[in-house]
Design a protein around this ligand. Structure first.
Ligand SMILES: *Cc1c(COP(=O)(O)O)cnc(C)c1O
Length: 346
């Protein structure tokens, strides 16, 4: 245990007047239908255990994506789903491959489960180069769009990789796919070694409810079920199941809010560029940016003094970048006003 290095989540401040742009939460609340469904579930029935298989939710996800419930695994946030994936699919003599700049939970799970990994460098402009993954491996995982860069791979590139990597599990972590990408769920019927994970925390505004899921071949799903049922039979409580089902049913609200975030992202990128920021193209609900001649850590502290919190990673290659969640128009305006003040002072 002393050798474990745990994941450090972004700060959840106790103060409520902060402009919180540090953990990629959705600025819009969940669908009103989600809140109604959760309220309707508040009854004496809470004395009963929930459905251990969350079948209603698996069915709702299957209906949404045009797949079968046997292709769906659900868990307490996609972090828990990913933990089971690492435990169950990546224990292998060959190294697991993932990018050098990526979701920082991956190396943590490797430490927890004793998995060997190799970090594959992104290109200088922070793109994944899939040719670099064509070597013997014990699995491949990356987010698409990648975190914290926001850069997206087209579905055709993922197809290209899957044609050439058939003997180990390929996991695409699609936490942000609804903000501008095409889901690899479209490929699961063709590649039995493909698993796609998603979360309701970002595009569906339910980070506080803790629901994530994976889609793949029924045998991969069955493997995850075995792990889950050896660990916790009831990862999703009654409220989470009811709320998550409603989130998939309210397509109109989902479409409207995600389009609003996408629109705000583009406006924010333009405004930051006007202030001199370099911004990577983003298909996510955050942007990855740096201001030439300014130290990113100094900027993050200065923003915090102005009550705006963003994420800074003290990590080689990206220590001069900030990851900024796209807020609603008022939050983005507050961020820009704070930056203008900071830059004016020099
Ligand atoms: C937010 C995030 C997750 C975890 O989502 P939860 O469902 O809230 O646990 C997983 N992967 C990536 C890349 C993320 O950014």
């Amino acid at each position: 245990m002393r050798r474990l290095t745990p994941y450090i989540p972004g700060e959840q401040p106790k103060l409520s007047h902060l402009v919180k742009l540090n953990t990629n939460e959705n600025p819009y609340g969940p669908s009103p239908r989600v809140l109604d469904a959760i309220r309707a579930e508040l009854s004496d029935a809470l004395r009963l255990y929930p459905d251990p298989n969350a079948e209603r939710l698996k069915q709702a996800i299957a209906d949404y994506y045009g797949i079968t419930p046997a292709q769906v695994f659900v868990g307490n946030g996609s972090d828990e789903v990913l933990a089971h994936v690492f435990h169950g699919l990546f224990q292998h003599p060959a190294s697991l491959l993932f990018p050098d700049i990526t979701y920082s939970f991956y190396p943590v799970y490797c430490g927890l489960y004793g998995i060997d990994f190799a970090a594959v460098p992104l290109t200088d402009d922070f793109m994944l180069r899939l040719q670099d993954y064509l070597r013997p491996n014990g699995g491949i995982i990356f987010p698409n769009p990648n975190a914290p860069t926001g850069r997206l791979l087209p579905l055709a590139d993922i197809d290209w990789l899957l044609q050439r990597n058939r003997d180990s599990a390929v996991v695409i972590d699609e936490a942000y796919i609804d903000f501008g990408g095409e889901s690899a769920i479209a490929l699961v019927d063709r590649y039995p070694n493909l698993l796609v994970t998603q979360t309701l925390s970002k595009a569906r505004s339910l980070a506080g409810l803790r629901v994530g899921f994976a889609v793949g071949h029924p045998e991969l799903i069955e493997a995850l079920e075995r792990i889950k049922n050896s660990f916790n039979s009831y990862p999703l409580d009654r409220l989470a199941i009811a709320g998550a089902v409603a989130a998939f049913e309210d397509r109109e609200y989902f479409e409207r809010t995600r389009q609003a975030v996408i629109g705000s992202r583009e406006a924010l990128i333009t405004a930051l560029q006007a202030l001199g920021f370099e911004v990577l193209p983003s298909a996510a609900n955050f942007i990855f940016t740096r201001l030439p001649h300014w130290d990113a850590a100094v900027l993050a502290v200065a923003l915090r003094e102005q009550r705006v919190i963003v994420r800074h990673f003290r990590q080689p290659r990206i220590e001069q970048f900030l990851r900024i969640t796209v807020g609603d128009p008022a939050q983005n305006a507050a961020l820009l006003a704070a930056l203008q003040q900071i830059l004016a002072k020099g």
